[in-house]
Design a protein around this ligand. Structure first.
Ligand code: ADP
Length: 438
C-alpha cells in the first residue's frame, strides 16, 4: 500500500478513536455509555459530511480555488486530486503547444491546406489557401468547398468520393494556373484538402514533351531518306551492280534505320498524347469489331513464317466514344506484343465484350509470361523485362506506355495479369459513360 494512503488511514483511525474515546468518557460520566458512543458516532459522521461538502464545493470551483483544509481520508483525496489536476494541466499544455506547432507548420506550407467538416464545409484554411484558392475568413469559413472551388471537374471529383488519385485542373480564378488537388479523409469524417500550384512543372513538362516531339519530327525526315536508299541498296534483284558481300550489311543497316523510324514514331505518338491532355476528337463512335478485323489482318501479315492460332470473340454491336486513331494504336500494340512474346505455335485470344457495365478489350496469350515483380513497371517508358528479346523482335519499349496514355485519355484503365512461362492477359476497361452501339 502507498505510504501516503497508509498514513491517511492511520490518521483517520486515530481521529475516530479519539472521538469514540471522548464519547465513552462522556457516557461513563453520565452513566449512559450507549448514548455517549452514539453521540460520538453522529459527531464523526457530521465531520465526514462537512469535509465532503467542502471538497465537493472545491471540486465544482464554486466557492474557492484554494484546496479546503481536510484531514484523514478526505485530506488524502484532496491531495490525489491535486496531483491528477497538475498532470492534466501539464498534458494540456503539451498538447496545445503541439497543436500550435502543427498549425504553424500547416500555415507555413506553400500548398493550400483546407480542413473540411463531414458535409464538405470549410472549417479552417492556411495562409497559402488565401492566395491559391482565394479564400477569406469572412466568406469561406462554413462555405461548401464545391462553391469555393467552382469548377465542374472538381465537383465531379469531389462527389465521386474516390480520392485514391489527385486531380489536375486549371485554377477557377486564373486559367493560366494549373492546380493539383488532393483530398485525404482523416479523423471523424473530416477531410484534408491540399492544392498545389503546378503551373511551372506543367510548363517544364510541356517544354520537354515538345522538345522530344520536335527532335523526333526533325530526325524522321532524314532517316526516311536514308532508309529508302538502304532499302534500294539491300535489294539483290534491282541492284545487281552492288557488291554481293555488302548486301547483308546494307540489309542490317536498313533494319536498324527502320527500327529508329519506329522508335521516332512511338516517341512522337507519346509526346502528342501528352501534349493534348484535354481530350481532342474524343467523340467519334468507334465500331471496335471492324477495328479488330483490321488488326487481326495486320497480325496475320506480321507473323510471317511463324504459326499462331489467333481467335476473336467480338460483340459486333458494342462501340465506344473516343479517338479511333489512338484506340487503334493501343489495341495494335497489345496484339503485336502478344505475337512478339509468344513462341511460334502459341494461341492468342482477342476479345471485345461488355462485362459488368464496362466495355472490355482483352488480348490473351500463352507465351513467355511475365514475372510478378515486373508487372507494376511495364507501362513505364523503355521498361523491358528482357531488353535483348524486345529489341530483336522490333520492340521500342514504348508500346505499353502509349497504351496507358491512350486509356487515361479515354477514362479507361489497363489491367495486366500474367504468369511466368504460362502467358499473359492484357485488358483495357472502358467505363459505361464511353459505351455506344453501332
Ligand atoms: P516493347 O516494345 O519492348 O514490347 P512494351 O512497352 O510494349 O515494349 O512492353 C514492355 C515490356 O513488357 C516488354 O519489353 C516485355 O518484356 C513485356 N511484355 C509486354 N507484352 C507482353 C506479353 N504479351 N507477354 C510477355 N511480356 C510482355
Amino acid at each position: 500500500m502507498d505510504t501516503h494512503v497508509a498514513q491517511a488511514i492511520k490518521e483517520e483511525l486515530s481521529w475516530l478513536s479519539l472521538i469514540l474515546f471522548v464519547g465513552l468518557v462522556i457516557g461513563f460520566l453520565s452513566d449512559k455509555v450507549g448514548w455517549g458512543l452514539g453521540l460520538s458516532l453522529v459527531f464523526y459522521l457530521f465531520m465526514h459530511f462537512k469535509q465532503a461538502w467542502k471538497v465537493l464545493n472545491w471540486l465544482s470551483r464554486k466557492t474557492t480555488k484554494q484546496p479546503p483544509s481536510t484531514h484523514g481520508l478526505w485530506g488524502m483525496f484532496v491531495q490525489q486530486s491535486l496531483k491528477i489536476e497538475k498532470k492534466t494541466q501539464k498534458r494540456k499544455k503539451r498538447l496545445s503547444a503541439l497543436l500550435k506547432r502543427f498549425h504553424e507548420v500547416l500555415a507555413a506550407m506553400p500548398d493550400a491546406i483546407v480542413i473540411l467538416d463531414e458535409f464538405g464545409g470549410i472549417e479552417w484554411f492556411n495562409e497559402s489557401a488565401r492566395h491559391i484558392l482565394k479564400m477569406s475568413q469572412t466568406h469561406s469559413i462554413g462555405q461548401h468547398i464545391i462553391r469555393s472551388i467552382d469548377e465542374k471537374e472538381f465537383s465531379q471529383y469531389y462527389n465521386k468520393k474516390d480520392y485514391a488519385h489527385s486531380l489536375n485542373i486549371s485554377s477557377p480564378f486564373d486559367s493560366d494556373i494549373s492546380l493539383n488537388i488532393r483530398i485525404a479523409p482523416y479523423g471523424k469524417k473530416k477531410q484534408l484538402l491540399s492544392a498545389r500550384d503546378i503551373t511551372r512543372m506543367r510548363q517544364l513538362e510541356g517544354v520537354r514533351s515538345l522538345f522530344v516531339a520536335n527532335v523526333s519530327h526533325e530526325l524522321r525526315t532524314p532517316l526516311t531518306v536514308i532508309s529508302g536508299y538502304l532499302e534500294l541498296l539491300s535489294d539483290n534483284e534491282s541492284n545487281s551492280e552492288v557488291d554481293a558481300t555488302l548486301q547483308p550489311i546494307y540489309q542490317q543497316m536498313n533494319q536498324q534505320a527502320e527500327r529508329m523510324i519506329t522508335l521516332l514514331d512511338d516517341l512522337l505518338m507519346l509526346s502528342n498524347l501528352e501534349n493534348q491532355q484535354i481530350a481532342e476528337k474524343l467523340n467519334e463512335t468507334i465500331c471496335i469489331a471492324a477495328m479488330i478485323k483490321d488488326i487481326h489482318r495486320e497480325a496475320q501479315m506480321l507473323k510471317g513464317e511463324e504459326r499462331y492460332n489467333i481467335s476473336c470473340d467480338v460483340d459486333k454491336t458494342l462501340a465506344i466514344k473516343g479517338n479511333a486513331k489512338e484506340i487503334h494504336s493501343a489495341f495494335t500494340n497489345l496484339v503485336t506484343n502478344a505475337l512478339r512474346y509468344t513462341p511460334s505455335g502459341g494461341e492468342i485470344k482477342i476479345s471485345w465484350k461488355k462485362t459488368n457495365q464496362t466495355a472490355c478489350f482483352s488480348v490473351q496469350d500463352n507465351g513467355i509470361g511475365i514475372e510478378q515483380q515486373h508487372i507494376e513497371r511495364l507501362t513505364e517508358r523503355f521498361y523491358r523485362v528482357d531488353k535483348g528479346r524486345s529489341r530483336s523482335t522490333g520492340g521500342t519499349g514504348l508500346g505499353l506506355a502509349i497504351v496507358k496514355h491512350v486509356m487515361f485519355k479515354h477514362d479507361a484503365r489497363l489491367e495486366i495479369e500474367s504468369e511466368f512461362e504460362k502467358g499473359s492477359l492484357f485488358t483495357c476497361i472502358f467505363p459505361k459513360e464511353r459505351i455506344e452501339y453501332c
